[in-house]
Design a protein around this ligand. Structure first.
Ligand SMILES: [Zn+2]
Length: 443
C-alpha cells in the first residue's frame, strides 16, 4: 500500500477535504502533455475569474468583464495582461475586501507572512487550497527521494517554526511523518552541531531539511559528515548559492534538492535531474514580468507574479510575491520526463546577507523573528560600519519594553559579535523614489 495515498485518505476523513483527489491529480499531471496542463490552468482561471468578479468585493471593482467560455489559453493570457498586479500593500489595504463574504471565516486559516518588505502581510487560506499545497509539497519531497518512511530532521530557523511544532497538531504531524525537529538556538549555542549529529545517529535520520544557510553552517562545522548516512537534503526558503551546494554535498556525500516556496504558495522544486526547479503549475500560474510589465523571455530575470488557482476564499490574482527569477532557457523536456515548466535556480542575491564588521548574518532571520513578536507594525534594518540599528514602528506606541526585549534577543543571537541598537520611530527612512528598503545601508 502506498503510504502517501493512505495518509491522504485518512486525512480526508476530517471532512471538507480534498487531499486524496489532489494527490491523484498531482501524481499524474506532472507527466501530462503541455496542452493538457494549459487546459487545466485555463479551466481553473475561468472558474476563478467568474467567482471573483461575482463574489469578491475587491475584484467586483477590478474585473470589468469575466472571461468568455470559448476562450483558449492564449486568449486567457492576453486578457490577463489587463488585470492589475496585486501588490503586498494592496493585500494589506484591501484585506477585508479580498475575503469572500459568503464564507464562514472560522473555516478559513489565518496566515501572516514575514515577507521581505518589512511589513507582514496577512491573508486567509481555505482548506482546499491548503490541501493542494500540502500535496504539492509532498510531491516535491518525493522528487527529492524523501518518502514518508524516511526519518527526517528539520533544522528550525526561527521562533515561528518552534512554536507551531510544539503545538498538538505539529507534534502529531511530526510523529506521523517520522519527522524530528531540532530547535537549537543557532548562533547562541556553540555545541549545536554536536547536538544535531547526536540526533542523526540516535534516530537514524536519513533526510536533513532546513534553510540553505543553516545546512551550509552545519557542513562547515562538521567538515566531514559522510559517515552519518544522510541520503538526501532539502534546502528551503533561501537562495542556495552554488558554493554552498558544493560544500554541503561534499560534506555529506549526497545531493541537495532546492525548493522555493513561501507562506502563500509552494512554487517550485528541483527534481532528480537538478536542472532548474519544476513549477507546481497545476496549482499556480506563474508569470515573469519586466519593469514595464511585459512578459520576459525565457532565461531573462523579472518579477515573479503568481495567480493561485485554488484559493477561492481569498483570491490571489496576479500577486507580486516580491521575488525575482527567470524561466529555464531550455525548451527541451527535462530528463526526468516531467512536463512541468521550470524556473532557473536563483542567482545569488547579495541582499540576502548583511555584513557587519567581520560577521555576516542571514537577512531571513529578521522576518522570521519579527513575525513572532506582537505589536510590531513595521521594521527597518539600518546597517552602518559596525552597528545594526533596528527601527521599529509599534502599534501600541507606549509599549517601550518591547524595544529592550528585541535588542536582547538579537544581541544573544549574534553572540554579542554584532552591535545592535533597537529604537522606536514614527516613520521609516525612504529612498528618493519613495521606496522603503528593509535593509538600508548607510556605509
Ligand atoms: Zn525534471
Amino acid at each position: 500500500m502506498n503510504l502517501k495515498r493512505l495518509y491522504f485518505s485518512v486525512y480526508d476523513l476530517a471532512g471538507n477535504r480534498d487531499a486524496s483527489q489532489a494527490n491523484r491529480l498531482l501524481e499524474q499531471s506532472q507527466y501530462w502533455s503541455r496542452n493538457r496542463i494549459q487546459d487545466h490552468q485555463l479551466k481553473k482561471l475561468k472558474d476563478l475569474f467568474e467567482h471573483a468578479a461575482k463574489n469578491i468585493p475587491y475584484y467586483q471593482k477590478i474585473i470589468k468583464k469575466a472571461p468568455e467560455p470559448t476562450w483558449n489559453f492564449q486568449d486567457m493570457m492576453a486578457y490577463l495582461q489587463d488585470i492589475p498586479i496585486l501588490k503586498k500593500s494592496d493585500v494589506q489595504e484591501f484585506f477585508e475586501e479580498l475575503i469572500d463574504p459568503g464564507v464562514d471565516r472560522k473555516k478559513l486559516v489565518y496566515q501572516r507572512s514575514g515577507g521581505t518588505t518589512g511589513r507582514p502581510t496577512q491573508f486567509y487560506h481555505d482548506r482546499i487550497k491548503l490541501d493542494y499545497t500540502r500535496v504539492a509539497l509532498q510531491r516535491n519531497f518525493d522528487w527529492a527521494g524523501y518518502t514518508m518512511r524516511k526519518k527526517c530532521l528539520k533544522l528550525a530557523s526561527g521562533q515561528y517554526e518552534v512554536t507551531i511544532n510544539k503545538g498538538m497538531k505539529g507534534k502529531l504531524k511530526n510523529l506521523l511523518f517520522n519527522r524530528f525537529f531540532f530547535e537549537g538556538a543557532f548562533l547562541t549555542n556553540e555545541r549545536w552541531a554536536d547536538e544535531v549529529v547526536q540526533i542523526i545517529r540516535q534516530k537514524k535520520i536519513k533526510v536533513l531539511w532546513g534553510y540553505a544557510s543553516i545546512l551550509y553552517m552545519l557542513a562547515k562545522e562538521l567538515g566531514n559528515g559522510k559517515d552519518l548516512g544522510i541520503e538526501t537534503m532539502i534546502s528551503s526558503s533561501e537562495t542556495l548559492l552554488p558554493s554552498q551546494r558544493q560544500k554541503i554535498e561534499e560534506t555529506f556525500g549526497c545531493k541537495v534538492f532546492d525548493d522555493y516556496g513561501s507562506r502563500e504558495f509552494m512554487v517550485a522544486a528541483e527534481c532528480e535531474a537538478h536542472s532548474g526547479m519544476h513549477i507546481n503549475e497545476e496549482i499556480i500560474l506563474l508569470e515573469i514580468l519586466d519593469e514595464s510589465g511585459s512578459i520576459c523571455q525565457n532565461g531573462t530575470n523579472g518579477n515573479l507574479i503568481i495567480t493561485d488557482l485554488y484559493n477561492r476564499s481569498f483570491p490571489f490574482i496576479r500577486f507580486e510575491i516580491g521575488d525575482r527569477g527567470a524561466f529555464f532557457e531550455e525548451e527541451e523536456p527535462c530528463a526526468c520526463g516531467r512536463t512541468l515548466k521550470r524556473l532557473k535556480q536563483f542567482d545569488g542575491r547579495s541582499s540576502e546577507t548583511i555584513k557587519v564588521g567581520d560577521s555576516v548574518v542571514s537577512q531571513s532571520i529578521f522576518p522570521d523573528y519579527f513575525k513572532t513578536v506582537k505589536n510590531i507594525e513595521a521594521y527597518q534594518i539600518v546597517k552602518s560600519k559596525d552597528l545594526l540599528t533596528i527601527n521599529l514602528i509599534l502599534f501600541d506606541k507606549e509599549d517601550h519594553h518591547i524595544l529592550g526585549e528585541v535588542e536582547e534577543h538579537l544581541q544573544k543571537r549574534f553572540q554579542q559579535k554584532i552591535r545592535v541598537k533597537v529604537q522606536q520611530v514614527s516613520s521609516l527612512i525612504q529612498e528618493p523614489n519613495g521606496k522603503v528598503l528593509v535593509v538600508k545601508k548607510m556605509d
